[in-house]
Design a protein. Structure first.
Length: 378
């Protein structure tokens, strides 16, 4: 399959090829332009992605779904769940779960050689969930970073300024903003039958290339650059504050090392998961602004884009491990919840085994006596 068509029918976050007139509503014109351009992808590469991408999506779905579900269960049953940090954490987990629920559909889409079999409504819904997660997940991570900054650097002031109701209001605003970002997907995404390739594609056709360029740059700026600047600034100030406070170094050096390691993990994971994809998306948007790339550059962009998108999606699976399982406090809650259940179950099994052992011992003692009495009777 020609790579041009692969770009058209890829998922919402992969809309980076308007330079090749992908936004044209005239499908015949689009197919005509395909024949007059570089040959971006060989059939072997297409078949390779057809097998590898669904495997990546399936793995991300399994790990992310189990991890985020466990996070929600622990926070819901935890007695101290009503905190500002946990409010953002629960919303982050819900955002990741919503997005992860769409991955099986995209995995099937790839495995069927880019043929959408789930109908128009699911096409719009799955595309919308991808867009929601791109914004909501990063916004909640940013809120958590700002909250940690206030809690550590200004502990006294944060006690009066930070409240659960305020965190809930901020979370609601984030959900509204993230939902609004899906309007272009809901309006312009649809299924289109392409007889030449024998597929039914889940495609976005914008009225003009300006739409594609503007939305791509919005994802680059609002969905990555600005949040990363805020996150990196917050954690850098936290690190400077901890290093500049002698009490932290003298009284609790172990906690300081743990916090600094967690800070580094947060910033680096966010950066490495999403930076490669946004760089490629930005390079694709530059074409709409008049920048001309050689064929080899376009080939590199389009071959790497699906895999870098997988890397970005993996952030939803990394989040529960990064924010929860790395933290000692969460592990304590996890053990209190499930460790206690396992202990009770183990004690119950042990009690049953002991009772069975006593009954068996009594049976062994009584049976010979009964046999002896039967043999001695006339």
């Amino acid at each position: 399959m020609n790579f041009r068509i692969i770009c058209i029918i890829s998922s919402d976050a992969m809309e980076t090829d308007s330079a090749h007139n992908l936004t044209s509503p005239d499908l015949s014109l689009l197919q005509h332009n395909m024949t007059n351009s570089c040959d971006y992808m060989s059939s072997s590469t297409s078949q390779y992605q057809k097998k590898v991408i669904p495997a990546f999506y399936s793995l991300i779905f399994l790990l992310g779904f189990l991890g985020n579900m466990l996070v929600l269960c622990v926070l819901y049953h935890s007695s101290g769940r009503r905190t500002v940090a946990n409010t953002y954490l629960m919303n982050l987990a819900m955002s990741d779960l919503l997005f992860l629920s769409s991955l099986p559909f995209w995995a099937v889409y790839y495995s069927l050689d880019y043929n959408w079999v789930f109908g128009k409504v699911m096409c719009k819904l799955c595309g919308g969930l991808v867009t929601i997660n791109i914004y909501a997940s990063i916004f909640f991570i940013t809120c958590m970073s700002v909250d940690r900054y206030h809690a550590i650097v200004y502990p006294l002031h944060s006690q009066s300024s930070r409240s659960i109701n305020q965190a809930r209001c901020v979370s609601a605003i984030i959900w509204v903003v993230a939902a609004l970002t899906t309007l272009p997907t809901v309006v312009f995404r649809d299924i289109h039958t392409l007889p030449s390739y024998n597929v039914t594609a889940c495609v976005i056709y914008y009225p003009s290339s300006i739409w594609h360029t503007g939305l791509t740059l919005a994802k680059n700026i609002l969905g990555f650059f600005l949040p990363f600047v805020v996150i990196a600034t917050c954690y850098s100030l936290i690190a400077v504050h901890l290093l500049a406070t002698p009490n932290h170094l003298e009284q609790d050096s172990g906690r300081l090392v743990h916090v600094l390691r967690l800070v580094a993990a947060v910033v680096m994971a966010f950066f490495f998961c999403w930076f490669p994809f946004h760089v490629l998306a930005f390079l694709g948007a530059l074409v709409d602004l008049g920048v001309e790339w050689d064929c080899w550059m376009l080939q590199v962009i389009h071959k790497l884009l699906p895999f870098f998108l997988c890397l970005g999606f993996s952030n939803s699976a990394i989040n529960p491990f990064l924010y929860c399982f790395v933290g000692n406090h969460f592990r304590e809650k996890l053990w209190q919840l499930y460790g206690g259940m396992l202990t009770q179950k183990r004690d119950s099994i042990s009690t049953r085994l002991s009772s069975f052992s006593r009954k068996l011992s009594d049976f062994k003692e009584t049976v010979p006596m009964e046999i002896l009495e039967q043999q001695s009777s006339p």
